[in-house]
Write a protein that binds this ligand. Sequence first.
Ligand SMILES: [Zn+2]
Length: 267
Amino acid sequence: MTQLKSISPLDLDTAQVDSSVADARPMFSSTEDTDILPCTPQHRRQPTSAARGRVLFAAMAAGAAAAAAYTMISPAEQPVTRTVLASTLTDTAAASRGVQLVAVKPVAGAAVDAEELARGVAYAAERAEREARLQRPLFVLPTRGLFTSGFGYRWGALHDGVDLAGPVGTPIYAASDGVVIDAGPTNSGYGAWVKIRHADGTVTRYGHINSWDVQTGQRVFAGDQIATIGNRGNSTGPHLHLSVLLDGVNPTDPVSWMAARGVSLGG
Ligand SMILES: [Zn+2]
């Protein structure tokens, strides 16, 4: 028999798969060198839920594939292959890491239709991906940074976004699902940027970036790393300038726009 060990969300929280992501995020540095006077930093949500979604996806894919494998084999009612899970073994260390498949030597030289099995696995993976997508957050905090300047007019000019200060190289994530419409150097004061168009026509723009991980035309999901914080263009210190452009042209306050979608930028 095949037994699937159910994985609770708590188990996923303790999974070690994505611990390196959190470890890799550098701490904040002083914001005294930014262009605008710093304001009080505020606690804000971290984009760990996206990473958790990926862990869930991996676990679900493994579990679903195991189920499919068993389904494909069992109708023959022959003891051709036994698939067991590590979680049923005594190796608790392996079990604590989640679902693992352990291949057991076939008893008889059986004809498992490899093609059918592959189809079953593909179906299971597709279904797991679909379900995992439903678990993913729709909007995430674009970066860990200190909120140093808000949206609004400064000395007669519109500061059309918010500034989130952080060390050069700090990861920047897509605020929501969308398609990259520009990535790389720009002649504007932003030095280099990434622009993402979302399903409703809104464009999020990430300026002063040091490096970019995406290219025009690429589809991204909320929480995907798209760039890193930099100090390019008209910038007096490393920070992300985040703009939200309604219909791709009209800047709106990212703080309220993100707050309406469950994400606090601070400020
Ligand atoms: Zn700015």
